[in-house]
Design a protein around this ligand. Structure first.
Ligand code: BES
Ligand code: ZN
Length: 496
């Protein structure tokens, strides 16, 4: 079949050996129209749908329109939903639409809601990419598909389209009703999506039996997992301003309170080099660790070396696998991201920046509440600022908070995902929690009153958000088989 899939042993599909034809070309660009089995993914990657940069907004709309067509082509009723306006980079811009696809309305079948995002992180070749980021390249020696969005999150979205395309090509009945909810703002905090889902809970999103989120990765590089938790995130911008414009440090150094000096002092009080958050009271909000829970991390198939492989270093704060896993999955973390307004170019400019904004975020876990966290952050920063005895001014701003989410894995939805993973990969997946955030997850669980899980396609070393982002071809093919197989397992699961 043109989508690169054909049926193997029902209900698991096998890859088409024909698809390997031509694969001997090293670093061959996967052309959008060639007989490769990933031409559609190539087309998707070629649209630079970067949601966080206003100058790319037209590309995000283009990607939404492209996806809408694709979903219609494979037999869905599809609608595009406007979410209103947003201020970005000082401009008023239209939010990208939510694309909703509906496949089947058979009341005797279960209905699965699938979520993915069609926007991507920014990427420039000069960041350190070996290939053009917005061209999908099939690196044949490693059998990897390289390009921005290959694993986060265009590959997984195309996996679903491949599943429907294969069913269509083969005249097979799809065993469940499907609803797709694909958004274009995930990488920028899912602005507007919560309200949209709540507004449509009794309309578009009525009668959802289970939710499958397609937007995460394996814990390591060898063993698949099924994910039942995500951290939330609260993002902060701390601005210190003083002089009306930048100053010469030779002329004004020693006479002035410098905004950078104040900012760096405060930022250094947020987190220790051992990754402990130093803001008073934050850990009091964290759910206590039980012995049973610790055992789960001890039993998880994972090594510190897996992290080292992904980071290309040996720089974990602990050598204990359990501590490393808990640091990512069940404890909060605080990361310092950058300083806007600071001198960051090459060279030795002797400037005193007049206004600087430090950016940091806190990943949240149960039972932390974003509002309480922000109170604690505000109090701490005010106290530290007062200690500086500076005449500069300080302003703290909070951006897109998202709550943490953990699901009950004793549910037929999880049984289906586990059984599908066993059928495709021949191993029982670990049940994991993730350190990243997908803001809409908790809203799906609460507003639709449905069980939610994450079924990953890619691996931990795919380099989401990084340079040379990739999806192993085997993960693309088997991941597509996994999604299809999951639907059959859902259909045959005894709903409880
Ligand atoms: N796909 C990720 C979420 C993710 C990250 C899942 C790590 C599993 C492991 C998603 O696209 C993402 O990056 N989300 C942002 C959300 C933020 C902007 C609110 C994140 O986690 O930083
Ligand atoms: Zn993602």
């Amino acid at each position: 079949a043109r989508g690169g899939l054909r049926p193997g042993l029902d209900p698991v599909y096998g890859p088409d050996p024909q698809c390997r034809a031509g694969a001997e070309h090293h670093h061959r660009r996967a052309p959008a129209a060639a007989g490769f089995h990933h031409p559609q993914l190539a087309e998707a990657v070629e649209i630079p749908s970067v949601s966080g940069d206003a100058s790319f907004r037209a590309e995000v709309y283009k990607m939404g329109a492209w996806l809408k067509n694709k979903i219609a082509e494979v037999g869905c009723d599809v609608s595009s939903h406007d979410l209103g306006m947003q201020t970005l980079d000082g401009q008023e811009v239209q939010l990208p639409p939510v694309i909703v696809g509906e496949y089947g309305r058979d009341p005797s079948k279960k209905t699965v809601l699938v979520y993915g995002h069609y926007d991507v992180q920014p990427a420039l070749k000069s960041d350190g990419w070996g290939t053009e980021p917005f061209e999908l390249v099939h690196d044949t020696p490693t059998d990897r598909l390289i390009g921005r969005g290959s694993t986060d999150d265009k590959g997984p979205i195309m996996g679903w389209i491949n599943v429907l395309e294969a069913h269509k090509a083969l005249g097979l009945d799809v065993p469940v009703n499907l609803k797709f909810c694909f958004e274009g703002m995930e990488e920028s905090g899912s602005v507007g999506l919560d309200e949209f889902v709540v507004e449509h809970k009794d309309k578009l999103f009525q009668h959802i039996d289970a939710v499958c989120i397609s937007d995460n990765y394996w814990l390591g590089t060898k063993k698949p997992c099924v994910t039942h938790g995500l951290r939330g995130v609260a993002y902060y911008k701390l601005t210190i301003s003083g002089p009306a414009h930048d100053l010469h440090s030779g002329v004004f150094g020693g006479m002035m309170h410098e905004p950078m000096t104040d900012l760096v002092q405060i930022m250094s009080t947020l987190v220790s080099p051992q990754a402990k958050i130093l803001i008073p009271g934050l850990y009091d909000q964290v759910a206590p660790l039980t012995d049973e829970e610790r055992q789960v991390y001890e039993d998880m198939e994972f090594e510190v070396a897996d992290v080292d492989q992904c980071t290309g270093s040996s720089t974990t704060v602990s050598d204990s696998k359990t501590d490393v896993l808990m640091g990512r999955m069940r404890y909060p973390s605080l990361s310092l991201h950058g300083i806007e307004g600071a001198f960051a170019e090459p060279g030795s400019k002797t400037v005193i920046p007049h206004k600087v904004t430090g950016k940091f975020s806190i990943r949240l876990v149960p039972d932390m509440d974003p509002a309480k966290v922000t109170d604690a952050v505000q109090k701490h920063i005010e106290a530290e600022f007062a200690k500086l005895k500076t005449k500069n001014t300080m302003h703290l701003e909070e951006d897109h908070p998202g709550k943490p989410w953990v699901a009950d894995t004793k549910h037929w939805n999880y049984e289906a995902a586990i059984a599908a993973t066993e059928a495709v990969y021949g191993v029982r997946p670990d049940l994991t929690r993730e350190g990243g955030s997908i803001p809409i997850t908790l809203t799906f669980a609460d507003a639709l009153n449905a069980n939610v899980l994450l079924l990953p396609m890619g691996r931990s070393d795919d380099g989401a958000h990084s340079t040379n982002e990739k999806l192993d071809l085997s993960n693309y093919i088997k991941g597509t088989q996994l999604l299809g197989t999951y639907l059959y397992k859902v259909a045959s699961a005894a709903a409880s």
